[in-house]
Design a protein around this ligand. Sequence first.
Ligand code: UGA
Length: 427
Amino acid sequence: MKVSVIGLGYVGSVTAACFAEIGHEVVCVDIDENKIKNINEGISPLYEEGLRDLLLKYAGKKLIATNDYEFAIKVTDVSFICVGTPSAKNGSIDLSIVRAAVKSIGAALKTKEGYHVVVVKSTVVPETTEKFVLPILEEASGKIVGKDIGVAVNPEFLREGKAVHDFMHPDKIVIGAIDRKSGDLVSELYRTFECEVTLIDPTTAEMIKYVNNSLLATKISFANEIGNICKKLGIDTYKVMEAVGKDFRISPKFLNSGVGFGGSCFPKDVKALIGKAKEIGYSPILLESVIEVNEKQPLLMIEILQRKIGDLRNKKIAVLGLAFKDGTDDIRESRAIPVIAELLRLGANISAYDPTGSEKMKRVFPTIGYSRNAEDSLEGADACLVMTEWDEFTQLESEFEKMKKKIVIDGRRIIKAKNIDYEGLCW
Ligand code: UGA
């Protein structure tokens, strides 16, 4: 089939490349000339495992990029909206980019003959597609949804860093279609996968995405709260969760306690669901607690630090890990951000290190020290805080010898070194 993909962020570029890999012809649309040029030359606009290889294989052949909506819509049967849905100031979602994309698709559809399906892949709160996207699309295109054109929601469940793998090995495909015809057409795109397709209405599909992320976030905050209680009782929370996770109804995944969840999805999506619930007159106390636990968790690192070394003024603190998780350079909502902000407020000197995230963190904290490796960061430090679960930190041993005091506070339970003054956040 012929597919257009609007927006070349990590979801859009992965979706485009993977659609090419499973046999479709793909036209990508973005407003960023640089991204378009890169994609057409087979250069990945961002780091995602496996993406580079797919782009090199298909760029200029089954996959092209353009800023020309009209062309992209005309030559394809279906368009996927993969643009960002950032948080507005009050935590609810900002739909201005979605609106602009829908308007442009609508304008291009005006002159197109034949059936076309518009699919919302961007994460949008329940009711957005039917109450927001659909009327804008009808107005901009002059066409009638359900008659001239189709509409569907197809949420993604792609982890950053593992998005290509997750796309190619889905454990669920959810298609929320406005009518049978749209649903069948979108299902057809995925026919090479053995995975079962959940065909449902658009609003339920939107909700599935939020519930998926909110439940995973809830597992983490739950594990963190249990971890905090276990620590006070002298119980190893990881042993507790290992046993609890053996229950097939629970699973051991996402029960690792530590400094909490970051990234562009969990915090934003839980907050957006809270916003939506409040908008319809419901007070979501559990979801609010998930966020509250997650916001308090990184600051517990500072409490331990102060208990160990007292006043932080002019103390050198090594912060290991700036990315929100390992395998990415994304620092959005990284748990290192509130920790660095608090260290600065308390007058500490910071030497930070991350294998990939330093450049992006420099835009947030331009004045702190950044090291080229963990060893340099630890040199002469009064203490070290481990914020991200990078594999290379598990190997650190002799590097800690460079510290003034070998105090290591681990927020991810990954440090294996002996002969250090070690304390875990929840263990
Ligand atoms: C998440 C979901 O896992 C994807 O399914 C979803 O498609 C994506 O959001 C999205 O909505 O686009 P991602 O944000 O890439 O993917 O990150 P995860 O790998 O899920 O990790 C999220 C955070 O939770 C990280 O900060 C990680 O360190 C933390 N985490 C994870 C824990 O603190 N404990 C755990 O046990 C697991």
